[in-house]
Design a protein around this ligand. Sequence first.
Ligand SMILES: [Zn+2]
Ligand SMILES: [Zn+2]
Length: 264
Amino acid sequence: MPVSPWQRRIRRAQELASEHSFAAEILGFYIHIARFQEDLHKRLSIALQSAPASVDRGLTEPELSELSAKLQSFLSLAETRGPKALAQLSRELHARGLDFCRELLDRGWTARSTSDAEGLLAQAFLQPYAELLRSRAALRPVPTAHALCPFCNRKPVLTVLRPMGDGGARSLICSFCLAEWEFRRIVCPGCGEEDDKKLAVFTASDFDYIRVECCDACKTYVKTIDLTKNGRAEPLVDELASSPLDLWAREHGYAKLQNNLLGM
Ligand SMILES: [Zn+2]
Ligand SMILES: [Zn+2]
């Protein structure tokens, strides 16, 4: 049986948790999330077979009722397994009942950009559904300096370099539906800056295959997982595990282009 993307991510999270003790707690929580997501993806692919393959719309009634029921179990999971602040938030949201959950889902679904903890939690829950709908749609072609997702118009959460010829081809990965699209090497996805003197790259010995790509024009950064240097990496998981790089970037005055779904 082929290994699912979630199973691959779980294995990688286990591997990284044993290598980096500082990341063990967050990766342990991520493993629970990934299991939940795989199960949710399976259920929704059956329960919502005739849903329109787009995210540029409000949620329909059948979607809302299916999703809000599952959101309750997601919040319970975050309450019992999540890091302290997230557990507390989930408890509060859970206590506000089903109607509130529907409203939260609606907001999470339509918001193009989210930075508050509540919105990120809703998006973390909805992410497998966005991914499912995207897998049913044909992605529109976009120019190679287009910085928003061609399916759902959200910002990328990370960049990857994949082996190509002698070097690496760069692509962006959507923070919501996980679409991947090609992007030019020397361009800031935050503002389009092309002057390489303003585009600094940093690495750290703990994660020598992860580049922190900073832009001095718009003061944002994005992490790039270099798969030409480490073919074992699972970009979403390695991005989560490498939080010391985020601390470093923030201390140096850069803001992350888009926080990941665990709010980091
Ligand atoms: Zn997307
Ligand atoms: Zn920029």
